[in-house]
Write a protein that binds this ligand. Structure first.
Ligand code: G6P
Length: 538
């Protein structure tokens, strides 16, 4: 069944996220700012419904803007990009973003609890981090109210810019106090919140010193949404245990005389974008080049932010074990692992980067030769075209997250396994461009890459996407032995088995898309605002 839903809202939606989809650079000599669009996952997900809904972004620019330059920067961002910036000073960013968000909430929500004892751990318990989190949320609320329109201008309020009130759609764990902060400023505001990470079991959640204040912040929303039923269920039990509220209906929670609806909205990708990229001349050519480079070898692909939740060491250890147990595969399989640097100011991320370097060095040192490296480690982000070419080429994709809200790499890999129409290879008369891309010598004509059936997906059961991608080989990444065997299985499945699995995966990925996610959320948001549940009169 193809999910269909139509967004009927004529309202503007203010998308509030910690980060704006903008890369900002300042020329130190001329003090001139350049802004490029840098669409992250959220911006890409919203693109599909941008023709039906007008979005205005509110968020942090990810750069320190001197106070004197702020009005001008804000004016340009709004005019050129439809983005309204929230300015935060460096110390606030350090305590709110590096500290409370990335050093306290992020690990806890991914089942890495606060340490019982560990040298240096006391900084995680520093109350100033929490104060900064509240302060940052309050700044976001001020900024939202500066762009929010309450509806048609009235006698008392001539600031409105649109005919109907704006919706405010808040994203992620950075902004859990925002619904409350908004409501304090204007009780009329329609606000929803969506969590892109897991919501942990209440037994983990209740460790958090500020567990009550965060839930109270959220319950001022009209709607809160999660990727999976499990996360919604965990949220309900956290509310019931921490706030002692009744959660007899799974549809939502009554709190403080209001009703907060709860919904499940699994995010997806834009498969058409991947298909079109795959068909492009540049990507076909690149796939052919890479096909020549890796001729005679199987390719495994891993693409992760360099984050401890992604289980990169688990993957490398299992690959090492696989090579140790299967010497006949040494020289015949390469793991291309992309590790995109992230949150490099946080100590755990620095330690992880070092550990991954050591593991890659060790495995390549033991199993590599002059002609062969078992692992190609790319410690930087790579262009979309290059990524799609590698996905298409790869015989299997390894997603080994120890926890992950959803994980869209698994979806992207599935979408990029589509076979290409061989009538138009897009690479006629092309020749290898570099020695690296040539299997023999530079006079060889580049052969189009022909995929022998779709590749296999090895997927951690701890990624949200594992709940829907039943065609994947599901693994527990902590079980190195099981993961090593899954790598072997992925490389040796018959073509028929791969096709059967892929058909299931593809059906899900191509129907539960990013646009479907965004439409369903906005539609539900509108419904709960237009038809709020009746609460019993006290
Ligand atoms: C996760 C979070 C996002 C965040 C992204 C990148 O996907 O859910 O909210 O933007 O990681 O992390 P960063 O800290 O660089 O924004």
């Amino acid at each position: 069944v193809v999910p269909t839903t139509k967004t009927r809202t004529p309202r503007r939606v203010l998308v509030v996220a910690n980060r704006l989809p903008i890369r900002a650079r300042r020329d130190a000599r001329t003090a001139r700012w350049t802004f490029d669009t840098a669409p992250g996952g959220l911006a890409t997900a919203l693109r599909g419904i941008a023709t039906d809904v007008e979005f205005v972004w509110v968020g942090w620019l990810g750069a320190d803007v001197p106070p004197a330059e702020r009005p001008r920067v804000a004016e340009r961002l709004m005019r050129e990009h439809g983005c309204y910036p929230v300015f935060l000073d460096a110390q606030l960013v350090d305590r709110y973003y590096n500290g409370f968000c990335n050093d306290v909430l992020w690990p806890l929500f991914h089942y890495v609890p606060l340490p019982a004892y560990q040298a240096g751990a006391e900084k995680k318990f520093d109350a100033r981090l929490w104060e900064a989190y509240k302060e940052a949320n309050a700044r976001f609320a001020d900024a939202v109210l500066e762009v929010w329109s309450a509806g048609p201008p009235t006698e008392n309020d001539s600031t409105a810019t649109s005919k109907v009130p704006d919706y405010v759609w808040v994203h992620d764990y950075h902004l859990m106090r925002l619904p409350l902060e908004l409501r304090r400023r204007d009780a009329r505001v329609s606000v929803a919140w969506f969590l892109h990470t897991p919501f942990p079991s209440s037994e983990i959640y209740r460790i958090l010193p500020y567990r009550r204040e965060l839930l109270e912040g959220l319950l001022h929303a009209d709607l809160v949404g999660f990727h999976t039923y499990d996360y919604a269920r965990h949220f309900l039990s956290a509310c019931s245990r921490v706030l002692d509220v009744s959660t007899t209906t799974p549809k939502g929670i009554e709190f403080g005389g209001r009703f907060c609806s709860i919904g499940v909205f699994p995010i997806g990708i834009d498969p058409t974008l991947i298909r079109n990229t795959l068909k492009s001349r540049a990507v076909r050519r690149r796939t052919a080049e890479l096909g020549a480079t890796f001729k005679g070898r199987k390719v495994l692909i891993g693409v992760d932010r360099l984050d401890y939740i992604k289980g990169m060491p688990h993957k490398l250890l299992a690959f090492e074990l696989f090579l140790a147990r299967n010497p006949s595969w040494v020289g015949k399989v390469t793991l291309i692992q992309v590790g995109v640097p992230t949150r490099t100011d946080v100590a755990e991320y620095q330690a992880l980067a070092k550990h991954v370097n050591e593991l890659v060095g060790r495995i390549n040192g033991v199993y590599g030769t002059l002609e062969y490296s078992p692992i190609h480690y790319i410690n930087q982000s790579i262009p979309q075209d290059e990524l799609i070419a590698i996905y298409h080429l790869a015989d299997a994709c390894l997603v080994t997250s120890v926890r992950d809200g959803m994980n869209l790499v698994s979806h992207e890999y599935v979408a990029a396994q589509e076979s290409l129409d061989q009538d138009d290879t897009g690479i006629e008369e092309t020749r290898p461009r570099s020695r690296a891309s040539s299997s023999k010598d530079d006079d060889d004509v580049l052969q189009p890459f022909v995929k022998e059936g779709p590749g296999a997906l090895v997927l951690s059961e701890f990624a949200g996407s594992a709940q829907s991608l039943s065609g994947a080989i599901r693994v527990n990444p902590w079980n190195t032995d099981e993961l090593a065997r899954a790598i072997h299985d992925a490389l040796t499945l018959t073509r028929v088995e791969r096709e059967l699995r892929w058909a299931k995966l593809h059906r899900y990925v191509s129907t539960n898309t990013a646009s479907y996610w965004a439409r369903s959320f906005v539609d539900e948001f509108r419904d709960v605002c237009e038809h709020p549940p009746l609460l019993p009169k006290l």
